[in-house]
Design a protein around this ligand. Structure first.
Ligand code: IMP
Ligand code: MG
Length: 176
């Protein structure tokens, strides 16, 4: 029989909005003398980055990359695919990566290696969520919304098998 899950509310709309606001405040302050290039990591970060940029009052530019490592399961395959690479020059730019979640850290490590070769002035990481208990690579997250427990989470852009991205809140998947 097909496995069923219950969704358990982890972060409400209000909690998410407050976290986004706090992150934007710090980013506005830190980048007031620069025009950062925000690089959203698709697909999961699209909801977060859309809300985040509307709280940013600095001048900025946006680009996207699409990475895939999960191959439709709840476990990382450990092997990161660039579905869509960068289409602009980032040399001498202040790059701010915008992620939905940092789990093992494998995806962001590949992305950092890829971006560093292109000689930006700086690279920082902004992630809505982090699952530190699962980390396999040490990652410095400059701007973090929430630490989340070691559970698979969905909603607010995050998916399970491409579903649930449209939920406005963040939920954990609980076995039935
Ligand atoms: P990492 O390479 O293990 O750090 O995984 C990063 C990517 O896996 C994220 O950008 C997500 O796309 C996906 N991912 C990891 N954990 C979750 C989760 O709990 N829910 C949804 N997607 C996840
Ligand atoms: Mg992602």
């Amino acid at each position: 029989m097909k496995k069923q899950f219950n969704l358990k509310l982890l972060k409400s709309k209000k909690e998410i909005a407050a976290a986004v606001e706090q992150l934007a405040k710090k980013i506005n302050k830190d980048y007031q003398h620069s025009v950062p290039l925000l690089i959203g990591v698709l697909k999961g970060s699209f909801v977060f980055i859309a809300d985040l940029i509307r709280k940013l009052s600095i001048n900025l530019e946006i680009s996207f990359v699409e990475l895939s490592s999960y191959e439709n399961s709840r476990e990382s395959s450990g092997d990161v695919k660039f579905v869509k690479g960068l289409d602009i020059d980032i040399k001498n730019r202040d790059v701010l990566i915008v992620e939905d979640i940092i789990d093992t850290g494998i995806t962001i490590t590949s992305l950092l290696n890829y971006l560093e070769k292109k000689n930006p002035s700086s690279i920082r990481i902004c992630s809505l969520t982090s699952k530190p208990s699962r980390r396999k690579k040490e990652i410095k997250i400059d701007y973090l919304g929430f630490k989340v427990p070691n559970k698979f989470i969905v909603g607010y852009g995050l998916d399970y098998k491409e579903k649930y991205r449209n939920l406005p809140e963040i939920y954990s998947l609980e076995d039935e």
